[in-house]
Design a protein around this ligand. Structure first.
Ligand code: ZN
Length: 107
């Protein structure tokens, strides 16, 4: 499955399971000129909050900018669609949601 797939009505399909009921929960941007310090900005649509910084252990681009859409899926844990600049090209990739809360204990 490719990072961005569309349904019959051009709705975004989950890049991890293909389900067509997804929600954009957060938009993250790492903005900079080549090799300059990066400005990390996150927008939470549900609260209309803008965070001036967020943590990233592995930035999607080591030298340039990126946009990350956090996709919440109604069928699976979802994850991110990332568009990252690298050497004059823009690459689209996915990252599974690794921060999903663990399942409740069975008791
Ligand atoms: Zn899914």
């Amino acid at each position: 499955m490719t990072a961005i797939s569309l349904g019959l009505d051009d709705q975004l399909l989950c890049p991890f399971c293909g389900f067509d009921y997804t929600h954009i929960e957060t938009v993250r941007v790492g903005a900079r000129k080549e090799d300059d310090p990066v400005y990390l900005i996150a927008v939470e649509p549900s609260t209309a909050r803008i965070e001036a910084a967020y943590s990233t252990e592995q930035p999607p681009s080591s030298r340039r900018s990126w946009v990350e859409l956090i996709v919440d899926c109604e069928e699976c844990p979802g994850g991110s669609i990332v568009i990252a600049q690298h050497k004059g090209q823009s690459f689209v990739s996915t990252r599974p949601n690794l921060t999903e809360a663990p399942a409740a204990p069975p008791f």
